[in-house]
Design a protein. Structure first.
Lengths: 408, 166
C-alpha cells in the first residue's frame, strides 16, 4: 500500500538513497500554468511533494495601492483569468461596501448573470482540463464549445472577450442590449445538452472513475482547518456557500432557484461531480435572473458623485463634464471613509475576498486579496503524498489552480 | 455580537484585551500582540471559529493617526453559523514578531509565509518560515510602504546562475 510506504520512510535515516527526485514544472503541460513541484519518488509513489511557486508573481497587490478603484479592475481581471468577470464583481462589491453604495436592481441582476456565466465557464475549463489530462480529449472539446458562447456573451456586453473590465464603482461601463438577453436565453437553452454530453462521456467512464475515485481525499475537518472554500470544501461536506450564507447582489431574490451542491466523498471524483452539479444550478439562476431582469438605470445616479457619467452627459451638460473631470483628475477622484472592510464573493474557485484599507482617497491603502487558488494549492502536498505520480494531474486539475491568482 | 465576544475575551484574559469595533457588516476586535495567540485559541476552541479564512497584513507607515506600523488581521469564520470575526493586532519595528497559529489552523501555513515574504513580519513557531512568492535571494519586503512602487531594480540586477555553478 502506498500509504505504508510513506510511513516507512525515515526523515533522518539512511534508507533514502533509493528515492528519486523529479522536477515537475515550471513548464509542464499537465500543470497548465506556471508552477513547479519537487517530487520525491519511491518508484512511482510520491513520498514528498514540495510546491515552489511565485513564477508569475507580478505585484498585483502593490499595484492596487497605486491605481484607483476603477483602474485596478483591469488588474483584478488578470487574477483568475478563467473567470475574470467574477473577480471584477468581487472587487467592486468590496469597494461599494466600503463606500456604502447600493447599486441599482438592474445592475445587480446583470452582475449576477455574469458571475454565474463566469462560474460555468470556470467549471467547464476545470472539468475539461481534468478530463484532458486523464486522457479524454472529447469532453474538453464539448466544454470549450460552451465556453465560446460565454465569451460571445461577454464580447457583446463589454466589447472584450477575455478581460472585459466591465464593472465600475456604482455600476457597469455600459448597459446590456437586447442581443445580450437573447444570447443568454439561447445559452440557457443549449447548455443542458452540452452538460449532458460531458456527463455521458465521464460520469460512468471506467478509466475516468478509476483515476479520480479515492484519489486526493480531503476530510471535512481537514477542509475546514485548511481554510478551504468553494467546490473543494463542498466536495468534502462543508455546506457553505456565500450565495446562501451571505447573499449579495440579486441572490437574496433568487434563493428559491438554486441549491448548494455538496458531496461527502472528498476525492477528485467528488470535486468533479460537485462542479458538474453546480453548473446546472448556475443555469437555473441565470434562467430565473434573465426573465426577471429589471428595467431602469444600470448605474446609480450621477448625484452620488462616484459613477462615471454617460458620455452624452459628459459632452452635453456642464454637470456631466464636471463630474467626469472630478473622477479622472488624479488629485480628485473619490472620497472614501477612512476605514477598512472585507468583502467576499463566491467565485467558481471559492471565496474570493478583498480586504481593503482606505485612507480617504480614491486609492486603496492596502488591497489584500484572499486568493482561493493559493489556499487550495497549499493542500496539494497533503493530498498527493502516498499517491502515484500519474495522480498529479488529477489532483492538480481537481483543485483548479490558476497560477495568475496563485502568485498575483 | 462583537461586544459579546469581546466581553468573553475580557473575562478570560483581563479587561482591555479586546477592543470591539464595527464597520458595515464587519465585526472587528483589536487584541494586543501578547495575548493574540491565547485569544485566537480561545475563539477557535470555545467560540466555534473553526476556519481561518484569511490573513491580511497592512503597513500603516504614514497612515493618518496610526500609532503602530504593521497590522495583522485574522479573518475568522464559524462554518456552522456563518459568522465572521476579524481579529486585529499590531506589531512594530525593529523586530516585528507574532506567534504562529499553524498549530491551530493548518491553513495558516502559506498565509503566514506570504505575509512574512511581503512585510517581513516573523511568525514564532512557524514550521517552515521561508519566502514563498519571491525568490530566496530577494532582500526586501515589497508590500512595505517604504518600498518603492518600481522596486530597487532587483529584476534587472538578478544574479545569473551559470551551468557550471548550478
Amino acid at each position: 500500500m502506498p500509504l505504508e510506504a510513506v510511513a516507512s520512510v525515515d526523515e533522518t535515516g539512511t534508507d533514502k538513497e533509493f528515492l528519486y527526485t523529479l522536477n515537475f514544472g515550471p513548464q509542464h503541460p499537465a500543470t497548465h500554468t506556471t508552477l513547479r513541484l519537487i517530487l520525491t519518488l519511491d518508484g512511482e509513489t510520491i513520498v514528498k511533494a514540495q510546491p515552489d511557486i511565485g513564477f508569475l508573481h507580478s505585484g498585483f497587490e502593490k499595484l492596487g495601492e497605486d491605481l484607483d478603484f476603477n483602474q485596478y479592475v483591469t488588474i483584478v481581471d488578470r487574477m483568475n483569468y478563467v473567470s475574470p468577470v467574477a473577480n471584477e464583481i468581487a472587487w467592486h462589491h468590496t469597494i461599494e461596501k466600503l463606500m456604502g453604495l447600493d447599486i441599482t436592481p438592474r445592475c445587480k441582476y446583470i452582475r449576477t448573470i455574469l458571475a454565474e456565466l463566469a462560474r460555468i465557464g470556470d467549471h467547464l475549463l476545470c472539468v475539461g482540463a481534468v478530463a484532458l489530462d486523464l486522457g479524454g480529449l472529447t469532453a474538453f472539446l464539448y466544454a470549450f464549445n460552451e465556453r465560446e458562447r460565454i465569451y460571445d456573451i461577454l464580447e457583446n456586453a463589454s466589447g472584450q472577450r477575455f478581460h472585459p473590465s466591465y464593472t465600475r464603482v456604482g455600476g457597469l461601463i455600459n448597459d446590456v442590449n437586447d442581443l445580450f438577453v437573447s444570447q443568454v436565453r439561447a445559452f440557457v437553452k443549449s447548455f443542458p445538452k452540452a452538460h449532458g454530453d460531458v456527463c455521458r462521456l465521464l460520469n460512468k467512464n471506467k478509466i475516468f472513475i478509476d483515476r479520480t475515485q479515492g484519489v486526493g481525499t480531503l476530510t471535512r475537518e481537514e477542509a475546514i482547518n485548511r481554510s478551504c472554500t468553494g467546490p473543494v470544501a463542498r466536495a468534502s461536506g462543508v455546506a457553505r456557500d456565500l450565495r446562501k450564507d451571505e447573499p449579495y447582489l440579486a441572490y437574496p431574490e433568487l434563493q428559491s432557484s438554486f441549491k448548494i451542491v455538496c458531496s461527502n466523498g472528498g476525492d477528485c471524483l467528488a470535486r468533479y461531480l460537485v462542479r458538474m452539479g453546480e453548473m446546472l444550478e448556475s443555469v437555473n439562476i441565470i434562467a430565473a435572473a434573465i426573465e426577471n431582469l429589471p428595467s431602469g438605470p444600470v448605474n446609480i445616479g450621477t448625484d452620488s458623485k462616484v459613477v462615471i457619467p454617460d458620455k452624452s452627459a459628459t459632452y452635453r451638460s456642464i454637470e456631466g463634464l464636471i463630474q467626469h473631470f472630478e473622477l479622472f483628475m488624479w488629485n480628485r477622484r473619490f472620497e472614501t471613509p477612512v476605514n477598512e472592510v472585507y468583502g467576499a464573493n463566491e467565485t467558481a474557485n471559492g471565496e474570493l475576498g478583498f480586504y481593503v484599507v482606505s485612507d480617504g482617497s480614491a486609492k486603496a491603502w492596502r488591497a489584500r486579496t484572499r486568493p482561493p487558488s493559493f489556499i487550495h494549492f497549499a493542500l496539494f502536498p497533503h493530498l498527493i503524498e502516498g499517491h502515484q505520480i500519474s495522480d498529479v494531474p488529477a489532483v492538480l486539475g481537481s483543485l483548479n489552480i490558476i497560477a495568475a491568482e496563485l502568485d498575483r | 455580537m462583537s461586544i459579546e465576544h469581546a466581553t468573553a475575551i475580557d473575562a478570560k484574559f483581563g479587561a482591555g484585551s479586546a477592543l470591539p469595533m464595527e464597520f458595515r457588516d464587519n465585526k472587528r476586535l483589536t487584541v494586543p500582540v501578547e495575548k493574540i495567540y491565547g485569544v485566537l485559541a480561545f475563539l477557535q476552541l470555545q467560540r466555534g471559529f473553526d476556519m481561518l479564512c484569511d490573513l491580511a497584513g497592512i503597513d500603516y507607515l504614514g497612515y493618518a493617526d496610526a500609532t503602530d506600523r504593521y497590522g495583522i488581521v485574522y479573518s475568522l469564520t464559524n462554518t456552522t453559523t456563518g459568522e465572521r470575526l476579524f481579529v486585529k493586532t499590531f506589531v512594530n519595528d525593529p523586530d516585528p514578531e507574532v506567534p504562529s497559529v499553524v498549530d491551530l489552523w493548518e491553513g495558516a501555513n502559506w498565509m503566514e509565509r506570504e505575509l512574512y515574504d511581503m512585510f517581513g513580519v516573523k511568525f514564532q513557531g512557524h514550521p517552515d518560515l521561508r519566502r514563498i512568492l519571491l525568490p530566496d535571494e530577494f532582500t526586501s519586503h515589497p508590500l512595505r510602504k517604504d518600498y518603492p512602487m518600481r522596486g530597487y531594480g532587483e529584476r534587472h540586477n538578478f544574479p545569473t546562475v551559470t551551468r557550471a555553478e548550478s
